[in-house]
Write a protein that binds this ligand. Structure first.
Ligand code: ADP
Length: 583
């Protein structure tokens, strides 16, 4: 990811930027969903409340709608019945001669007036049931009654049944050209001696519809308000819980990062206060224990450092005396000569141990300073191999160098890196079971690396875990010829880390071990994989034999200054081998 990209993600987004970066919204929301308990719970609460409110509102709207319709229907049926009864009474009481068309027509006109007067609608129509009765008064339709509103089924029902009322829902023409809901009620009106009429009243339900719309509007407003209110309440309630949890998380992270003095603020006596108190008690205990351990460790470090320093002077004298006695061992009898030899070897070992201990105590005191200079790792490896040629020869081991890269100088402390390589190579020779050892040097843009691969004893995973521990040895019963102290790899790891690099190990019993040292080219910390593979592919020691053995420097040759070594022309693809002859 480029710096610019990182900046774009890390920078807090302003309002305008936020709107413009709408493509990031799904990712941002998904991240918020994963990371914020408050956001998640509020969203779930909102969704569930909205669903519940929606169901409640729809149900209420339906119930109210049905209720409004039922009451309006009852009202219009009663209204139509009352008007019809009044009209029928008038017709029944009128003494009009059956054949007098003029009188019948005027009676019908007065009946029409009564109907309009008695009913609450002015959309009324009457049609003769028997259209052949010629003396019967004319059909009429007032108030804009549209005959096509009545379905054939309803007309047939009204025509054939004299008694009950019939009704049906219709769509009436509205004032603005639209349709408004309505009801048509139909029944018979009988003109004595002349015949029956189908009588229809049309009522509009606009007022009921308006009431329903109004109620529905209110239900929506109340529902949305309720959802928002519940969401806001959930947000505030959760804030009172998640804020202390967030504080606790942040404080424990700071505690874990080493800020031992941080504590949680405690208010009240509720569960959160109990959590805070327990956390603070735990932090107190950790702080005091770590302080105790740190004090103890300081005392130990001082002790090791002081003892090592104190031992140095007498040891130098002992060393001189041992050297002198050893030089004259040819003059001694065989037993004394052997004792002199042993004394010399153990004094040497003691000296190595003391040097290592002093180095370790310097690490513990944090007083190690790197002396950086541009150094070619490939040439450094060549020098170390050459300097250990004799040891390899004694063990009958071939040490081969495969260096496709790593020639260009990189800033490092050559003394410390040489010590790491010497230690890795020494271990490989010691545990390599006389099989060839392959030292690989390679590099990429970020790092240079050196691998030491042997095909010897190897270690079990449980042993590999401890390989960098101080004073740890895989198996004390293993034959020791070089006489290590068990501090070598721990110092090597310290040196690698001081460079910002790393030292990794792969090992398998019977397949050997591979130690890989990786150093960064610059000051930037290491990222990504090492130029040298830690876990070897299934190669065998013989495959490495493809590299042509050549004689390079011998152990007695003074090592060349690797810092000044020229970069090889080809850079990559070179493979050399320093060979220790078999006895
Ligand atoms: P020492 O001075 O004993 O070599 P080190 O710290 O260098 O101490 O190594 C610790 C132990 O790790 C060794 O004693 C050995 O048992 C094990 N070890 C190190 N390198 C290898 C290797 N290449 N193969 C097998 N075992 C190894």
């Amino acid at each position: 990811m480029t710096a610019a990209q990182t900046g774009a993600i890390a920078a807090p987004r302003g309002k305008a930027t936020g709107w413009r970066e709408w493509r990031h919204w799904p990712d941002d929301l998904a991240r918020l969903w994963r990371r914020s308990l408050r956001f998640r719970i509020v969203l779930v609460t909102l969704a569930l409340t909205a669903a519940a409110v929606l169901v409640a509102c729809v149900w209420m709207a339906l119930v109210i709608q049905r209720d409004l319709f039922d009451s309006r229907q009852t009202q219009v049926l009663t209204d139509a019945r009352r008007a019809t009864v009044a009209a029928q009474e008038t017709l029944d009481n009128a003494a009009v001669q059956g054949g007098d068309t003029v009188q019948l027509q005027s009676l019908m006109n007065s009946v029409r007036a009564i109907l309009i007067q008695q009913s609450s609608t002015d959309m009324i129509a009457a049609f003769r049931v028997d259209r052949t009765a010629t003396q019967a008064p004319q059909d009429f339709a007032v108030g804009g009654f549209d005959e096509s509103l009545i379905t054939a089924g309803m007309r047939a029902a009204v025509r054939t049944n004299s008694e009950p009322q019939w009704w049906q829902s219709v769509g009436l023409a509205g004032p603005d050209g639209g349709t408004i809901p309505g009801i048509v009620v139909g029944q018979q009106l009988v003109l004595p001696d002349v015949g029956a009429y189908e009588l229809y009243f049309a009522y509009d339900l606009a007022s009921a519809d308006q009431t329903l719309g109004f109620i529905q509007g209110i239900l929506w407003v109340v529902g949305i308000g309720l959802v928002v209110l519940i969401g806001a309440i959930a947000w505030f309630v959760l804030r009172s819980v998640t804020t202390p949890i967030g504080e606790a998380a942040e404080t424990s992270a700071r505690l874990a990062a080493g800020e031992l003095t941080v504590r949680l603020p405690v208010h009240g006596e509720d569960e959160l206060a109990t959590l805070g108190r327990s956390f603070n008690a735990m932090a107190d205990s950790i702080e005091s224990q770590i302080k105790e351990l740190a004090d103890l460790s300081l005392v130990q470090q001082r002790f090791v450092s002081d003892v090592s320093h104190e031992l140095r002077t007498p040891l130098t004298t002992i060393r001189l005396a041992a050297d002198m006695i050893n030089d004259q061992r040819d003059d001694f009898d065989p037993a004394t000569a052997r004792a002199a030899e042993l004394l010399n070897a153990q004094v040497q070992r003691f000296e190595t141990l003391l040097t290592d201990l002093l180095e370790i105590s310097r690490y513990d005191a944090g007083s190690v300073q790197l002396e950086l200079e541009p150094t070619s790792l490939a040439h450094l490896a060549e020098d170390v191999i050459a300097s250990m040629h004799q040891l390899a020869e004694q063990h009958g081991t071939d040490v081969r160098l495969v260096a496709p890269g790593g020639y260009s100088p990189v800033d490092m402390d050559p003394r410390r890196i040489r010590r790491i390589v010497r230690n890795l190579l020494g271990n490989a020779i010691e545990h390599g079971e006389r099989r060839p050892i392959v030292v690989t040097v390679d590099s990429d843009q970020q790092a240079v690396a050196l691998g030491v691969r042997d095909f010897g004893l190897g270690m079990r995973p449980a042993e590999t875990e401890h390989v960098f521990d101080r004073f740890w040895r895989a198996d004390p019963s293993r034959t020791r010829t070089i006489g290590g102290t068990g501090l070598g790899l721990s110092i090597a790891l310290g040196d690698a880390r001081l460079h910002g690099g790393e030292l990794a190990v792969w090992s398998e019993p019977g397949r050997g071990s591979n130690f890989v040292l990786t150093l960064p080219r610059g000051t930037a910390p290491l990222t990504g994989s090492s130029p040298i593979r830690l876990e070897p592919a299934d190669e065998t020691q013989d495959e490495f034999g493809r590299t042509q053995p050549i004689e390079v420097t011998t152990a007695s040759t003074p090592p060349r200054s690797v810092a000044d070594a020229p970069e090889r022309a080809s850079g990559r693809g070179g493979a050399t081998s320093a060979r220790g002859g078999k006895p």
